[in-house]
Design a protein. Structure first.
Length: 309
């Protein structure tokens, strides 16, 4: 089977490797254009491009999928199916219509729940106990296509976006190979989504990661894990951002949210709107992540201080 693979972040890499290892004919990989990163404005390749070049697969990096040049290139490649995993842009109908077996997509949720750009973060943010992947046929809607296969897993109590990304990317790659091996049968038995049950997970912004100490501790703890590794949940301390990476929910008092209740050599405890958080790992602005024990050696936190929102 001749394939064009479209993807950009690390989430898509295990699937690209799995398809390659199975001996499928990958005509080309399509990924987002290179970007300048950091103060030195170094050119940065997407993880998918790095993988494709290592496997010696031709790479295309169009700035838009609406240009006739890229459409002609895709048609000339004659793919039987296009695999799309976190490519980064919605594909127009002209692309969807190119392969005879359509465009397959791996989505990081159990559709129709958490359609949209950030399904993995949203599941953790909302304290979900299960998650999974869905392989579907792409249509012109936002994650609205027919479902070919679902795989569900239980989430660990301390699951982060980083750990769940890794798990789902591996599960998705295995499921993708199963679907490709019997694609005609899977497509013949594809199931339409119940659109009335759909929920949405909008793109994550840095503003969403600011901790509001007036929220209940359990919700803040979910937020911390949802924004690990990016962008990192934070509060303000001495006029600078202090990211919080690890915390446990404990009993609190009835003081002002954000008040420091206790300081030990290993952690410090902060009052929230309901209960409190014992904080074990932080990251001061412009520094690396470090244990709270290290942080406390270089600063003076006193019970009764109030952290800013």
């Amino acid at each position: 089977m001749r394939i064009v693979f479209m993807g950009t972040p690390a989430f898509a890499v295990p699937s690209l490797k799995a398809v390659y290892d199975q001996g499928y004919d990958i005509a080309a990989v399509v990924t987002q254009p290179d970007k300048e990163r950091g103060r030195g404005k170094r050119i940065s390749f997407s993880p998918v491009k790095e993988c494709a070049e290592a496997l010696k697969i031709p790479v295309l990096q169009p700035s838009t999928m609406h240009d006739e040049t890229i459409l002609a290139q895709l048609r000339n490649l004659r793919p039987e199916v296009i695999i799309v995993i976190a490519y980064g842009k919605i594909l127009p109908k002209k692309v969807l219509d190119i392969p005879p077996f359509g465009c397959l997509n791996i989505h990081g949720s159990l559709l129709p729940k958490y359609r949209g750009a950030a399904p993995i973060q949203r599941a953790i943010y909302e304290g979900a106990q299960t998650s999974g992947i869905t392989i579907m046929m792409l249509d012109e809607g936002m994650d609205t296509g027919k479902i070919l296969k679902k795989c569900e897993i239980s989430l660990d109590v301390k699951e982060t976006t980083g750990t769940l990304f890794e798990k789902l990317s591996k599960i998705g790659s295995q499921a993708l190979v199963e679907v490709l091996h019997d694609l005609k049968n899977y497509e013949a038995h594809a199931v339409a989504q119940c659109h009335a049950e759909a929920t949405y997970a909008d793109k994550i912004t840095k503003e969403m990661a600011e901790i509001n100490w007036a929220d209940e501790a359990a919700h803040i703890e979910c937020l911390i894990r949802a924004f690990d590794p990016q962008p990192g949940a934070y509060c303000m301390y001495q006029g600078k951002r202090l990211k919080i990476w690890k915390a446990d929910v404990v009993s609190g008092g009835d003081g002002i949210p954000g008040t420091i209740l206790e300081v030990t050599k290993q952690y410090f405890t902060v009052q929230t709107g309901s209960n409190a958080l014992q904080i074990y790992e932080v990251q001061p602005e412009s520094r690396k992540r470090l244990a709270a024990a290290q942080f406390l050696q270089g600063c003076v936190l006193i019970p009764g201080q109030v952290l800013q929102r």
